[in-house]
Write a protein that binds this ligand. Structure first.
Ligand SMILES: [Cu+2]
Length: 344
């Protein structure tokens, strides 16, 4: 038996970010351990050294050492800022999927993971991926909050009912890795486990080819699109969906949103929530009519309708680079003159 594997302290480092996450965690641990130890030693030392020696002892007046207080405050500030910058930089890397990542959809429910590949392959509690390729997971839940946790990849992300959340990884070693639900989700939460199978590219291709589904996600979505009569309005009476994905959309309330998966989902289930400018609110809600799997098929289909044209023009007065996460446009509050002689 290989004891180094059985009793190792850390899970395997099997993703492109795992080593960086570990380095930060280990530095945080040792710096915290150093200061914890230092403070413990000083407490004991001072307690002995400055103890009261006689019943009536009155301690001498102490002066403050300002330079000392300033310098340890400054030193600790600098150390914490280094960790802040380091952590923030890594956080952005871990949370921002590369644009070329392959997309796989995940639906969590009590108590299983349902995985769907764009080509149409479906899996339960298993996820097959190729080694060395960025994989972006687009995830939602049918019931309560779950969490798609991959300890060997050092990533985890809550999976929420009612919206899509994403996480991404590039697996660096072929093999099988644990998948855990990492958010308590009811009686059988502890059994909501699975595995990620990381394969060499040609093995992955063979696996895909060996499990050929009837239809791809886009084809399934296209079928739903025609079954529900979406094409009767979209394109003429309602906004065209071609090239919609990833593009900023001007809304009738003057705001702008980027048409991501969550926007498309919300517009299907609750159309009046974000009305496109110059179009009346006539689309019915499809809430309750579509399963989560059907919704992700529809979203995949709408995403396939032409790639988004790059944004080069300012939209709604906002520069293209700042189009993401812009704060809502607001009028500055009116300035009310205060009469001389004080407030009313
Ligand atoms: Cu769960």
């Amino acid at each position: 038996m290989d004891f180094s594997k059985q009793f190792r302290l850390f899970p395997e480092e099997a993703s492109s970010v795992a080593g960086r996450v570990d380095t930060l965690a280990i530095w945080l641990f040792w710096v915290s351990a150093f200061f914890t130890l230092l403070i413990c030693v000083l407490i004991v030392w001072f307690a002995i050294r400055y103890r009261r020696r006689t019943e009536n002892e009155i301690p001498p007046e102490t002066k403050s050492h300002e330079w000392m207080e300033w310098s340890w405050s400054a030193a600790i500030f600098v150390i914490l800022m280094v960790f802040f910058a380091w952590g923030a930089k890594l956080y952005v890397v871990v949370k921002k999927p590369p644009t070329h990542a392959m997309e796989i959809y995940v639906v969590g429910k009590q108590w299983m993971w349902k995985v769907q590949h764009p080509e149409g392959q479906r899996e339960i509690d298993e996820l097959h991926v190729p080694v060395g390729r960025a994989v972006k997971l687009i995830m939602t839940s049918e019931d309560v909050i779950h969490d798609f946790g991959l300890p060997d990849f050092r990533i985890k992300q809550d999976v929420l009912p009612g919206s899509y959340s994403t996480e991404w990884f590039t697996a660096t070693k072929p093999g099988e890795y644990h998948l855990f639900c990492q958010e308590y989700c009811g009686t059988l939460h502890s059994e909501m486990t699975g595995k990620v199978v990381v394969m060499l590219p040609h093995d992955y291709e063979a696996w895909l080819a060996g499990t050929v589904p009837d239809v791809s996600m886009v084809q399934a979505g296209a079928k739903l699109f025609s079954t529900y009569g979406c094409a009767q309005c979209h394109g003429q009476l309602a906004p065209t969906l071609a090239g919609l994905y990833g593009r900023p959309v001007q809304l009738d309330n003057g705001k702008t949103v980027v048409a991501d998966e969550n926007y498309i989902r919300e517009s299907i289930l609750n159309p009046p929530a974000k009305l496109v400018a110059n179009y009346p609110a006539r689309m019915p809600s499809f809430r309750g009519q579509l399963s989560e799997e059907q919704l992700i098929d529809l979203v995949a289909y709408i995403k396939s309708l032409g790639a988004a044209a790059p944004v080069t023009q300012p939209v709604n007065g906002v520069a293209p680079d700042a189009i993401f996460n812009q704060p809502p446009a607001r009028e500055p509050p009116p300035i009310v003159p205060v009469p001389k002689g004080g407030r009313r």
